[in-house]
Structures are given as C-alpha cells and as structure tokens.
Design a protein around this ligand. Sequence first.
Ligand code: ADP
Ligand code: MG
Length: 260
Amino acid sequence: MAQVSTGAGEVLLEARGLGRRFGDFVALDGVSAQFRAGRITAVIGPNGAGKSTFFNLLSGALRPTSGTLLFGGRPIAGLPQHRFAHLGIARSYQITSLFPRLTAHENLRTAMQAFAARYDLWTRRDALRDLAERADALLEAIGLAARRDRPAASLSHGEQRALEIGVALAAAPKLLLLDEPTAGMGPEETKAMVALLRRLSEERTILLVEHKMKMILGLSERILVLHHGRLIADGTPAEIQADAEVRRVYLGQSGGYGHA
Ligand code: ADP
Ligand code: MG
C-alpha cells in the first residue's frame, strides 16, 4: 500500500468533478477542490446548498455518482466508511456519538480503545495506562480537563460538542471533518467552539462545513462557497467577501451573512 504523505502544505484530499444525485435531483454538481495539510478550510453556503452532501462524500458516508476522490493521491471513493477512518479521515456526527453515563475521560478512553483494538495497535500490557494518559492529553486539548470525571450527559451542549470532537480526534486523524460544529449554540458557546477550532487547527488539518458566514470569516484561511450544488467561489476570506456572486447569494437570505 502506498504511504500517505501528510507534510504541511501537501495536498491531502482532492475532489475531482465530485457529484451526487438523488434520483433526478443533483445535490452536488461536479465540485473540484484540493485540501492541503495543516490548514483550516471552510465550506459554506445557504441551507440546501449541498454542504452536508459534500461532507458525506468526503467522509465516505455517501458514494459519489460522478467524479473521483483522492486521499494522498489514492482514489478512495466507494471504499467502506471504516476504511476512511483507517486512512485518517475522521468526522464528527451531528447525532451524538457519546455514551451519556460515561465520564468525559471514559468517553475518550473508550473511543481510543475501540480504534486501537480495531487496528491491532497497542497490544502491550501497559497499553491501558498509556490510553488513560492519552485521554487526559486529549481532554486538555479540547478544553475539558476540568470536566474529566463528569458524565457526558451532565455537560453543557457546547461541552458535549467539544467532547464529540475529542471522540473524532481519538483516532489521531490526518484530516478532521466537521459539519456545523456550532449548530444549536448560543453566542457564548459559539465563541468557545471557535476558539477551540482555532487552537486545534494549529496542529491539525480541519475541514469545516458551516452556513454562518460571519463565524468562519475570522477562522478559516480559505473558504469554498456552494450554491445549488455548485462551487461558486474558492478563495481567502477577503476574496470571498468581495465576491459579487457570493454577496448576492448571501444577501438574498434573511439575516444576510448569518448570525455569528
Ligand atoms: P446543506 O447541508 O447545504 O443544507 P444538503 O447537502 O443537506 O444541503 O442538501 C442539498 C440538497 O440535496 C437539498 O435540496 C436536499 O433536500 C437534497 N438531499 C440531501 N440528501 C438527500 C437524500 N438522501 N435524498 C434526497 N435528497 C437529498
Ligand atoms: Mg447541512
């Protein structure tokens, strides 16, 4: 099997003419884009633009009906989803993936253990202690060290979302895919999540799907804009803000650029 290189700046994931139909309806129409290591990229667009469809194609939850998907230069479209995880593509789930009665620490430890067991990693006897330490480091990274021994169910909505990101990170992915991580959050929780994503993006490659334009302008280095399943813009936040078509699409919406 070819080694997947993950040096900063290298193309990690590439979509070539990626498309998806549902019957006669074209939800995603021939999108081509490259995603490089060590960056935070956002895919935005109004509701119904095809963002979740794109996200599901990139994370292996859906198969494309046209085009190809390359990871480290290798075609991966059509592989079963667990192969995506094994290759290093992790996704968060909008439907909660937490065990409500387990503590924050136990949730992370369980996720790490499940991933390790599946791929025969850490077979040594001291692996359990190692796992506990790694779970602590991960708790710290997602800002939940103070909630270590609290059951997941007792955490606030924002903290649960952060823990879900921790669960996705438990597999030490090369690429983290997030679909609307601030969905259902108030301004304070949104701010905390944006700060978390900014911290995480220093060491990880993140691809974020979001409909709130304002939220991602200060966070992403690069923004892709989908509208009616088509990629209508791809550039820096400054380029996106100045783009006439993007302005038209967003200003046509109630709330303009959306609530941050
Ligand atoms: P977004 O995430 O940008 O709001 P989606 O990717 O969820 O958009 O949906 C894009 C379009 O594709 C919508 O019109 C939606 O109704 C349609 N769609 C999404 N999933 C399905 C499906 N499984 N079957 C039929 N239509 C779908
Ligand atoms: Mg969506």
